[in-house]
Ligand binder design. Structure first.
Ligand SMILES: [Zn+2]
Length: 477
């Protein structure tokens, strides 16, 4: 079999977190009773006129500047015509030939290799309504989402693997979160992507025919979809088939993609300038104002964490890749906590609990102050590391002061030798095999015994004292 290369390009839609919709004053809030966040404009009644929400352009410029795009001095909005019940006007207002941003890039790093992924364009458009197929009598439609502002970020076909795709999406999400232009909640559809995949024999210059996959709802689904689609195309080519340009629907439960329709070309949409909207003129001052508002971006943060906080490349990347975590780290350091310890807690126990609870870091119910207080108690040896873990558990369940938790749960460390002695005796009595191992020179048996003592003391014993006491006993045996 020939050696193939997979070529991936993405179209990422991000819902912008403006208070109101793109062309009317309806709220953009997620959910709500069906068809209550609506008005004559966003339901496309005859005779109404849309007025562009300036914040939407602000946000698009912001994303453009953060991704090294050129900002157009003159943008316009166009009607993209298609007929579908989620679109009451039978056209979507989007941008065709004069998008707000063009020609940008996002830097990714996979396996230590840095690479720029080009951005073809970023344009603004309105979201469509939502079809509710689960309705008892056929399908109903909810227009609450109709008219919520979106930016569509189109990448160049620069991605070559699932890993690169995941990293690109992570970086892009981090940028959007840092800029605070989108809440990026994938489960609420705030961030969605269409994945374009083609394959070509390695060494071939021209691109193969691509297919576009819709309905990709998570980063891991994007990776699964790419893997499946590349394999499907390679198999077809090996069988002598021709890949047809088409739009496919990704079914993540089945782990397969299915033909939806042959891919439209842009002329199928009969784009033309929306006569109800004026041109968007963006001058230098506007761009400068947005530029001055840009926060420290993820890449800069990674560098600062490595240089100033002395974190490893990996840790710095992990924390900086998540705005909520990065904010917590910076805040805890300001409160006097060590960056390294805070980072370990964030990436260790706290991340594990977030995973178990299926929560985002932005949903952590406690503050950097809690982490800083907990670390300070560990530093002062008032509580052990193990007790620190209990404090974190308690903070997740019901956030209250660390001191209160330590008192309530009796977590203060016991450093009284007499009190620890009974625990040590008990552990040695029950672990004869480990004692024998230690005597045979297996020194890690000591660590095991200390662990047992910590467990027996419910994490309250002073681990260093346990270590010293057990070692002394063992050596005297
Ligand atoms: Zn409205």
């Amino acid at each position: 079999m020939m050696d193939y290369e997979t070529i991936i390009g993405l179209e990422v839609h991000a819902e912008l977190s403006t208070k109101t919709k793109i062309y009317c004053n309806c709220t953009t809030e997620f959910g709500g009773e069906v068809n209550t966040h609506t008005c004559p404009i966003c339901t496309g009644q005859p005779g109404v006129l849309p007025v562009l929400n300036k914040k939407v352009v602000d946000y698009a410029i912001k994303v453009g500047l953060a991704t090294d795009c050129s900002i157009t001095p003159l943008g316009k909005q166009d009607r993209k015509n298609y007929f579908y019940p989620d679109l009451p006007k039978a056209y979507q207002i989007s941008q065709f030939d004069l998008p707000i941003c063009t020609n940008g890039k996002v830097e990714i790093e996979v396996d230590g290799l840095k690479k720029d992924i080009g951005l073809t364009r970023i344009h603004i458009e309105e979201d469509a309504g939502k079809l509710l197929h689960e309705a008892v009598d056929g399908t109903l439609v909810d227009y609450n989402r109709g008219g919520v502002p979106l930016i569509e970020i189109v990448s160049e076909p620069d991605l070559r693997s699932e890993e690169e795709t995941r990293e690109f999406l992570n970086q892009l999400k981090a940028i959007l979160e840092y800029l605070e232009v989108s809440d990026c909640k994938m489960q609420e559809g705030s961030l969605r992507c269409d994945v374009n995949v083609s394959v070509r024999p390695k060494g071939q210059k021209e691109l193969g025919t691509r297919t576009e996959m819709k309905n990709v709802n998570s980063f891991s689904a994007a990776c699964r979809a790419i893997k499946y689609e590349a394999a499907r195309q390679i198999e077809a080519l090996e069988d002598g088939e021709v890949i047809s340009q088409e739009t496919r629907r990704w079914d993540d439960d089945k782990g397969k993609s299915f033909t939806m329709r042959s891919k439209e070309d842009s002329h199928d949409y009969r784009y033309f300038p929306d006569p109800d909207l004026v041109a968007i003129s963006i001058d230098e001052q506007w761009i400068k104002r947005i530029h001055d508002e840009l926060p420290e971006l993820p890449r800069a943060k990674v560098e600062r964490y490595i240089k100033i906080y002395n974190l490893s490349d990996y840790d710095a990347g992990q924390v900086a890749g998540n705005k909520a975590m990065a904010d917590m780290l910076d805040e805890a350091v300001k409160l006097g906590a060590s960056a390294k310890f805070t980072c370990n807690w964030l990436l260790g126990d706290i991340s594990k609990i977030l995973n178990d609870k299926n929560m985002e870091a932005s949903e952590i119910p406690f503050t950097a102050r809690h982490i800083a207080d907990m670390i300070s108690l560990i530093d002062k040896k008032t509580i052990s590391n193990t007790a620190g873990k209990k404090v974190i558990d308690e903070l997740f369940d019901s956030p209250r002061s660390v001191e209160q938790i330590v008192k309530e749960k009796g977590l203060a460390q016991i450093s009284d030798e007499a009190a620890l002695l009974s625990v040590v005796d008990e552990v040695l009595k029950n672990n004869e095999k480990s004692i024998a191992d230690y005597k045979k020179g297996k020194t890690n048996a000591l660590g095991f015994l200390v662990g047992q003592a910590m467990r027996l003391s419910k994490g309250k014993g002073n681990p260093q004292m346990f270590n010293d006491m057990i070692k002394r006993k063992l050596d005297s045996l």
